[in-house]
Design a protein around this ligand. Structure first.
Ligand SMILES: Cc1cc2nc3c(=O)[nH]c(=O)nc-3n(C[C@H](O)[C@H](O)[C@H](O)COP(=O)(O)OP(=O)(O)OC[C@H]3O[C@@H](n4cnc5c(N)ncnc54)[C@H](O)[C@@H]3O)c2cc1C
Length: 471
């Protein structure tokens, strides 16, 4: 399509939309395309090539009105939550309008049932703060907590720092309300923990990346804030040593183990140099650093369990170091090192970010091959880190030139071949990994996924061209 045709299509779309929203529930939150909308057109990787108007419905009925309106006028929509997604799914493409969840607010806590009824646009930080005022917390936690929304987390089935203990977002969703592209409101906000009455439709929407429906509200499970928490940094010389430590920690700490993160020296060097980093005094960083979190019912129990577990590692590897946080503030400082991954990646811009999953017994081989391949191709600035406890590693590669992204991907994903790995452990496919989806899914699985997409969204108006390649 030429630029002139595109502009004329955009103008027709904007005129139809502006006229249609003039009456009805969408008027209040409507932002016509134009200057001042940067934050709807910018994500972690850059800015959109086009500008689009923004619909900001404030309740489920208004979301329905938006979908019906777009369907009637043949307009495509892209759904936005907190825009912290890392697979370029949220930026508008040519001809699309933006539907932002930011006005879908509200948190109602039921402390007796340990549940919360939450609007899709509520941030993880706000949900967690509301839960904590009742001695509860939301089980999922991650570095993007200040902006990531519950709707986005459900759409991406977000993982984060405590998957080992509580599972991914999917495990905390008891009930869901969503609007399908044809305007059907699918609502099951029941608090039932057990409900085997046919297909679990809410779980189909979890992780669907906004391609099947727009999440408007969810009923989520909360858990008690652990009475006690202890965090340690432990160094390791090799990945084999760190993995042996993980196996030992799992066996000896059982459900008390709530986090087991790994950071290679190339990551810690960059993170420690960031302005927001707090110095970690008295710890000798080695080739690898493990961050271990233990939570439980009493200070004495977690302290003893953690110190024994770390002590065992030091006994086996006397040439390594460990530091155990002595206060909540120190524990937060140690976590900051891991939470700075977003800023550390930005320091490498333009960069390619990877989020792979591997069986533990394939991890060493994959790291060696990916690292070796990247170095041989001249990618000399990389960061390796991740959620080792979940078999999920992240790699950030400084590209120097954006055009080298494909070359980096060939190496990192190529090393997954034959290793039973996944090209996305947590971030999803979006637009940036569509080409690689067949590496992790069979043709039969892809065919069923496409059939589901057609059944839910026959006109292809919602988050089109995300997840799947254009047909
Ligand atoms: C510093 C940093 C740390 C991160 N750490 C982690 C981590 O540890 N684990 C992890 O899993 N991710 C992590 N992420 C990625 C990101 O935070 C998650 O993918 C998050 O779930 C996205 O939420 P969001 O509200 O920002 O969604 P957005 O980025 O706005 O959207 C993500 C996807 O969900 C869709 N969507 C959004 N809202 C809705 C809705 N209401 N209904 C239907 N579809 C919707 C969008 O269309 C898009 O496809 C991190 C990101 C950053 C920047």
């Amino acid at each position: 399509m030429t630029a002139v045709m595109e502009r004329s299509l955009g103008a027709r779309r904007d005129a139809a939309l502006a006229a249609a929203v003039e009456q009805g529930p969408l008027r209040a939150g409507f932002l016509p395309a134009g200057p001042g909308l940067d934050r709807y057109h910018t994500d972690w990787y850059g800015t959109a090539d086009v500008t689009a108007p923004v619909l900001r419905p404030s309740d489920t009925e208004a979301v329905r009105a938006a979908l019906l309106l777009c369907r009637e006028h043949g307009i495509r929509l892209v759904v936005q939550g907190g825009m912290t997604g890392l697979v370029r799914a949220c930026l508008p493409q040519s001809g699309e309008v933006i539907l932002s969840s930011e006005r879908l607010q509200g948190v109602e806590i039921d402390a007796r049932q340990s549940t919360a009824l939450v609007g899709a646009g509520v941030t993880l930080a706000a949900l967690d703060a509301a839960a904590r005022s009742h001695g509860l917390m939301f089980p999922v936690d991650m570095g993007s907590r200040g902006s990531a929304t519950l709707g986005g987390m459900i759409a991406t089935n977000a993982g984060g720092n405590r998957v080992l203990r509580y599972g991914m977002t999917r495990a905390s969703v008891l009930g869901l309300e969503a609007v399908l592209p044809d305007g059907t409101i699918l609502s099951n906000l029941s608090p039932l923990f057990k409900n085997n009455t046919g297909y679990d439709l809410k779980q189909l929407l979890v992780g669907s990346e906004g391609t099947l429906g727009i999440v408007t509200r969810a009923l989520v499970q909360l858990v008690p804030v652990p009475q006690a928490r202890r965090v340690a940094l432990v160094s390791a010389r090799t990945l084999a040593d760190a993995m042996a430590f993980l196996v030992h920690a799992r066996a000896t700490l059982g459900p008390m183990l709530s986090g087991f993160e790994i950071m290679w020296r190339d990551y810690t060097d960059v993170a420690l140099a960031l302005p927001a980093a707090s110095p970690v005094k008295g710890f000798a960083f080695d080739a690898l650093t493990v961050l271990l979190e233990v939570t439980g019912a009493s200070e004495d129990a977690v302290t003893e369990a953690l110190e024994t577990c770390v002590g065992d590692h030091l006994e086996r590897h006397p040439d390594t170091d460990a530091i155990v946080a002595q206060s909540e503030a120190q524990a937060d400082t140690l976590w900051t090192l891991r939470d700075l991954s977003g800023e550390a990646a930005t320091a490498f811009a333009p960069f390619a970010g990877f989020d792979v999953s591997l069986p533990l017994d394939e991890m060493e081989g994959w790291v060696a091959e990916a690292r070796g391949g990247l170095a041989a191709a001249g990618f000399d600035r990389v960061q390796f880190y991740g959620h080792l406890g979940d078999g999920n590693l992240h790699v950030v590669v400084a590209l120097g030139d954006k055009a080298r992204k494909d070359a980096a991907e060939e190496i990192v994903y190529g090393a997954l071949a034959g290793r039973r790995g996944s090209v996305s452990a947590e971030h999803g496919i979006g637009m940036s990994k569509r080409r690689w989806l067949p590496l992790s899914r069979t043709p039969e699985e892809l065919s069923v996924m496409r059939r589901l997409k057609s059944a839910f969204d026959p006109d292809g108006i919602l988050n089109n061209n995300r997840l799947f390649n254009k047909e």
